[in-house]
Design a protein around this ligand. Structure first.
Ligand SMILES: C=C(O[C@@H]1C=C(C(=O)O)C=C[C@H]1O)C(=O)O
Length: 401
């Protein structure tokens, strides 16, 4: 079946299911957008508020708006208005197509070139230190291109990504366009909640500061303890929390971090995280508008934001596209959840481009940051049925498994 998403999908024949426009499956439940789809007029962050307001006026009780905001605020987003479908009943039959039968991997850039870019960013930070508008943090990413002989089965991938119940498995259909001749799916398992709005309540749970989980329980626990005590990681994290508090405070009548900063985990990574809770002044502010106001946080971009974004475009050889943007959904009242689009890949036919980034602050070690990005590929690689440590090529220390 080859449905071109660039056109609004027609009402399908009874035996052919409507294509999924977006899906989210994680700790806060299962949300599926499928059927009777219209794409919101494409535009960038500057026009998002007015496009969403127009669309929300026509969103019915059984409908949602959902999709993806790109990393670059000047680039076009991809938002769908469509039916909210019930979560499919488990069939007991495992979706097929994984592990991938034949595959090869290409690092773009290589870990060594990535580490060189980190070194350049660090040199800039040290040189500018103390000056106005000095670069304090930058998040640099690299990619891993997986090419298979067979099409990558998104349904099966989603169920394998959802095996880790700490993360939100997500998929968003991206239509073909001039730069992308084929339809694509952005698919991943994010641990990071950008913003959730329910009535007047807002919640954000930024993560920054990471360590790879290890098979040996003692070493694993030591890794978490080292992260909890790492001044560099706490500095890196605090910049994100400050930015989120600054952005949300004008929208909120109260805002706090009741639990402070704690160590959280997925199956493959430890992170520093801070739960931020608040109450909105105006409960009609749609969650997608809050997500757009927050994006990009220093968890994926840097401080100062504009400088970091410009430098990312110069130092990263592959465009981020929707990686490190935001993915999510909202209902007719604007309630919904938006996540940071990380631990993900853009999938097109037989190819998946995985992305992973790491926050760089003074004190960062370039090869350690390359290894951190390698570890962050792990969950997605494992879901594809590939070796989870394939992203660590050339980076393992002697004695590590
Ligand atoms: C940028 C990514 O992750 C972000 C960066 C982190 C870090 O630098 O420690 C941690 C969590 C995420 O906010 C990614 O996974 O690609």
């Amino acid at each position: 079946m080859n449905i071109r998403l660039s056109e609004a999908p027609k009402t399908s024949a009874s035996s052919v299911p409507d294509p999924v426009l977006f899906g989210f499956n994680g700790p806060s439940g299962h949300v599926l957008g499928r059927g009777a789809a219209r794409r919101l007029p494409a535009g960038n962050a500057a026009t998002l508020g007015s496009r969403v307001a127009t669309a929300l006026a026509s969103v019915g009780a059984e409908e949602l708006i959902g999709g993806a905001l790109p990393f670059d605020r000047r680039a076009e987003d991809c938002l769908w208005q469509c039916r909210r479908a019930p979560a499919p009943e488990p069939t007991g039959i495992a979706p097929r197509g994984l592990p991938l039968p034949d595959w090869r991997l290409r690092h773009q850039p290589s870990a060594t070139d990535y580490a060189r870019a980190v070194t350049r960013a660090l040199a800039m930070m040290y040189e500018e230190s103390g000056r106005q508008n000095a670069l304090e943090k930058i998040v640099l990413a690299r990619t891993l291109l997986v090419e298979s002989q067979a099409p990558i089965p998104v349904e099966a991938l989603m169920s394998r990504l959802h095996a880790d119940r700490t993360v939100t498995a997500f998929r968003v259909a991206l239509p073909a366009g001039p730069a992308h001749p084929q339809d694509r799916v952005l698919c991943g398992a994010t641990p990071e909640l950008l913003v959730q709005k329910t009535g007047r309540l807002v919640l954000s749970h930024p993560l920054a500061g990471s360590a790879r989980r290890l098979a040996d329980p003692v070493a694993d626990r030591e890794g978490a303890e080292a992260l909890a005590g790492s001044a560099k990681d706490h500095r890196e994290h605090a910049l994100v929390v400050e930015a989120i508090l600054d952005t949300l405070s004008p929208y909120c009548r109260d805002l706090s971090c009741p639990e402070g900063t704690t160590v959280t985990s997925t199956r493959s990574m430890w992170h520093l995280g801070t739960r931020i809770e608040g109450r909105l002044r105006d409960e009609d502010t749609p969650s997608v508008v809050l997500a757009s106001a927050l994006h990009p946080t220093p968890a994926v971009c840097g401080v100062p934001t504009m400088r970091a974004a410009k430098l990312i475009a110069e130092l990263e050889p592959v465009a981020r596209d929707f990686y490190a943007g935001a993915v999510g959904w909202c209902d007719g009242k604007g309630d919904g959840a938006w996540y940071v689009a990380i631990r993900c890949a853009e999938i097109s036919g037989r190819q998946a481009r995985l992305y992973a980034g790491a926050g760089i602050v003074p004190g960062s070690d370039p090869m350690a940051e390359a290894a951190e990005t390698g570890a962050k590929f792990g969950a997605f690689l494992a879901a594809l049925g590939l070796p989870a440590d394939a992203g660590l090529e050339g980076l393992r220390k002697d004695g590590e498994d």
